[in-house]
Design a binder for this molecule. Structure first.
Ligand code: AVJ
Length: 321
């Protein structure tokens, strides 16, 4: 049997609502914009470069954990979900992380979810050639507000896959909401999720302020994106990358700080920034294994297993029940 991928786009945010959201954030007394505005075409490529930086340990550490413990993870997944599960990949992108698990999990259907279905087309067509019998679906959905898939895609216990510590962008309350919805979606199956762990501040801050300046470029490029989206006149030279660990909230914060007083204009709006004033662009929460396990339990999962690297820098959790 040779299948063909199915594609569905659910409510995509339009230009006007994105511009309104960015404008509201910039005009707030404490200016802040969502980290989703990092990911224009250049920003997505800069993020791919970040994952290869020596200081940015999460991507390669997670890959090493999955490599090392793949058989144990797969055995635990299959005992929670049954054989040939449906696999739902949140923020799938190029689908590469999930595809590495296919030989171990042999899912009967793979549902890739990302903000725009267009990001998924090429990857799913390529995957279908390598896995002709697998059912493949691409869903365009911003699941950060609501995680709900079209009926019929998940029939029976599923594995919800959420790697990369993307959960780190969510506050603990918002993370709890997402995990609860993921548990409902899994329908008695399981969730396999990667989470970045608390570690010495020097390593955390280096990972978000690398010596090559790629993360600084990634952060500053958000202003290029806003200039295109809004028609604003941000001068990138007037801004400086800031990345700091807040131990109280257990999160890396990224900001853009004005090097001197500066005025930014765009159609219908003007915003004056004082010297040193910041735009908050990202939170990246770091968890302890105990706190994240407790969060998964609060989300309703009865069992939690986790795997880590020898330094205990990153965690891969399987939550079920
Ligand atoms: C994609 C949210 C997991 O928080 O580490 C990397 C984004 N920001 N460097 C992270 C990011 C700066 C990344 N996540």
């Amino acid at each position: 049997m040779h299948n063909t991928p199915q594609f569905i786009q659910l409510h995509q945010a339009d230009h006007a609502s994105l511009a309104a959201e960015a404008t509201a954030g910039l005009l707030a007394p404490a200016a802040a914009v969502s980290p989703k505005f990092f990911y224009d075409a250049l920003g997505s490529r800069l993020f791919d470069v970040i994952t290869e930086l020596p200081e940015y340990y999460p991507t390669r550490t997670e890959a090493a954990i999955v490599d090392q413990h793949g058989p144990a993870i797969a055995q635990a997944v299959l005992s929670a979900c049954g054989s040939a599960p449906v696999m739902v990949d949140l923020g799938a992108g190029n689908c590469a992380k999930a595809a590495r698990l296919f030989p171990l999990l042999e899912p009967r259907r793979y549902v890739a979810v990302d903000i725009s279905v267009d990001y998924l087309r090429q990857a799913l067509h390529d995957l279908q050639r390598r896995h002709p019998a697998m059912g493949l679906a691409g869903v365009g959905l911003d699941f950060s507000s609501q995680l709900q898939l079209p009926a019929g895609l998940v029939d029976g216990p599923a594995l919800v896959f959420y790697p990369g510590s993307s959960i780190g962008n969510f506050s603990p309350d918002a993370a709890l909401q997402l995990l609860r919805q993921a548990r409902t979606l899994a329908a008695g199956g399981a969730m396999l999720i990667g989470v970045d762990l608390v570690k010495p501040v020097a390593q955390l801050e280096a990972a978000y302020d690398d010596a090559l300046g790629v993360t600084a470029a990634f952060n500053l490029n958000l202003l290029n994106h806003l200039n295109r989206l809004l028609g604003s006149d941000f001068q990138l030279r007037d801004w400086r990358h800031v990345a700091l660990f807040d131990a109280v909230q257990s999160r890396i914060e990224m900001h853009l700080a004005a090097r001197q007083a500066t005025t930014v204009r765009w159609p219908g709006s003007v915003r004056v920034f004082a010297a040193g004033e910041r735009i908050h662009t990202e939170n990246s929460y770091k968890w302890t294994p105990a706190a994240f396990t407790a969060l998964l339990h609060r989300a309703g999962f009865a069992q939690v297993q986790h795997w880590t690297d020898p330094q205990g820098w990153f965690g891969v959790c399987l939550a079920s029940g």
